[in-house]
Design a binder for this molecule. Structure first.
Ligand SMILES: [Zn+2]
Length: 188
């Protein structure tokens, strides 16, 4: 479709995808579409263009500014619970060891060790630094004089969104900020 050499530039122009209520479709990972998928959705009449980049794409028959924010025309009901992933678990625990509050060498700890039948679930796994993880070994934390900052729980997407505002992705286009609310929520 492109007739000039703007493809490389365009590749760095993903669109933030909002639900029909203008909330991001997902936060973790942030719902982003490539410019190709975004333009396809525009032509299929599935999205409204909310904001645009300055970069344009050209074909023989038209020129179009790349959308930087689009919103779905039909509302999609968001999932209540997030996926059980390493990133989401760290996010729930604020990227902090749940025993000593260290931010270094983060790994995972099974509260009830796997060797004692502990399962890999939201309720039994916490973020922990390697030294705490090593010194706990296959014991219970109460057996080695350690304390948990708080009992782990299964978070809702809403819980993780609250946590996530403190950990925005590295790259945020300025036109996304109104829809992500990172800034407003970070104010004391
Ligand atoms: Zn620790």
């Amino acid at each position: 479709m492109l007739v000039n050499n703007t493809k490389a530039l365009a590749d760095s122009c993903p669109a933030l995808v909002l639900n029909a209520d203008y909330q991001p479709l997902s936060y973790f990972p942030l719902s982003l579409w490539s410019w190709q998928d975004t333009i396809k959705a525009v032509f299929l009449d599935r999205v409204n263009i909310v904001s645009e980049y300055e970069q344009k794409v050209h074909s023989p028959t038209f020129t179009m500014a790349l959308p930087s924010v689009v919103s779905l025309k039909r509302y999609i009901k968001p999932a209540r619970f997030p996926a059980f992933t390493r990133f989401n678990l760290f996010l729930r625990d604020g990227f902090v060891c749940q025993y000593c509050s260290s931010r270094e060498e983060l790994t995972f700890d099974h509260i009830v060790p796997r060797s004692r039948g502990g399962r890999t679930t939201w309720q039994n796994v916490v973020a922990a630094c390697s030294p705490c993880n090593l010194s706990k070994g296959s014991k219970l934390y109460s057996e080695c004089g350690m304390r948990l900052k708080r009992l782990p729980f299964r978070p809702t997407n809403h819980d993780l969104q609250k946590c996530g505002r403190a950990f925005p992705p590295n790259y945020l286009h300025h036109s996304w900020l109104d829809y992500l609310y990172w800034d407003s929520e970070l104010e004391p």
